[in-house]
Every structure is written in structure tokens, then in C-alpha cells.
Design a binder for this molecule. Structure first.
Ligand SMILES: [Zn+2]
Length: 154
């Protein structure tokens, strides 16, 4: 049971006891103790692949890092990329080294197509997906909406 006393209750009651200055101080302390961010919805961003041409080769510098972010196996994208471009590539210490010159635009286009097919849910476009096998066929399973989408074989 909360009984309302002569000074009221809560901060106002205390303020009446201690005067307005104290009340102001208490208020500012109260605001300061609030968490800085109230549940910020994390937005997933697909990081771009960073690459540069070196002689007759192209090096994707952040290959492993990006694949980790989008939660796909390096080998999976490697297979896709080499097939799409009909080029040879090697993985080396987190980098992907392509034989031939590929400019960022071209790499970006291939990467976007990959993300669209193998990372983003075909129904709701969210990236909370995983590749699973259903009766021997690989499908994209969305943990956000539950959709199962068939994906192209690489
Ligand atoms: Zn979905």
C-alpha cells in the first residue's frame, strides 16, 4: 500500500523536503542514468568488397572479412565468382586473388547478384538466412519470416 503523505510521494515529495535545487540535481542524475541508446534496431549492411588491380591480377583485400559478415562460406562465393567470370582465383590470407583485371564496378555487380540469390531472403529481403539442405537440395532458409527459397546451383 502506498499512502500519499502530506508531501506527496516520489521525487516531488523529496523535492518538497529538500528544496528545488535538490530536485533539479536529482532530475539530471536521473536522466544521466538512463541508457544512452534505447534498443536500437541493428541494421545489417552488406559491406562492399574492396579490390585493386595489380598488374594482371586483381586482389580483393577484405574477402574473408566480408564473407564472415554475410555468414557465407568463402569457398561458396569463390566458386560462384570463378564460375561467373570464368577466371581462376586463389585464396590467400583472407584475400582473394583473381587472374585478370576486374574493376570494382564489375566485382560489385557480381557480389550483389550473389547476395541477392544466396544471402537475402527471396520473400522478405532480410539477410537473416542460412543455406540448408532439404531432401538433397540446397535452399535458403529465412529465420525472419520462415520462407524456404530454392537457390541456384553453383
Ligand atoms: Zn524472409
Amino acid at each position: 500500500m502506498i499512502r500519499k503523505g502530506p508531501e506527496g510521494f516520489g521525487l516531488k515529495g523529496l523535492a518538497a523536503q529538500n528544496g528545488n535545487m535538490e530536485y533539479e540535481k536529482m532530475l539530471s542524475r536521473l536522466y544521466m542514468s538512463l541508457p544512452e541508446k534505447t534498443v536500437s534496431k541493428e541494421r545489417f549492411e552488406i559491406p562492399p568488397l574492396e579490390s585493386n588491380v595489380q598488374g594482371k591480377k586483381t586482389i580483393i583485400r577484405n574477402f574473408s572479412q566480408v564473407l564472415r559478415t554475410i555468414k557465407r562460406e568463402e569457398k561458396h562465393f569463390y566458386k560462384y565468382f570463378t564460375k561467373e567470370t570464368a577466371t581462376a582465383a586463389t585464396m590467400d590470407e583472407g584475400k582473394l586473388i583473381l587472374t585478370g583485371k576486374f574493376y570494382p564496378d564489375a566485382i560489385g555487380r557480381i557480389f550483389n547478384a550473389y547476395v541477392k540469390e544466396y544471402v537475402l531472403c527471396h520473400e522478405c529481403s532480410k539477410p537473416d538466412t542460412e543455406i540448408i539442405e532439404r531432401s538433397g537440395v540446397k535452399v535458403l532458409k529465412c529465420t525472419a519470416c520462415g520462407a524456404l527459397s530454392p537457390i541456384k546451383k553453383i
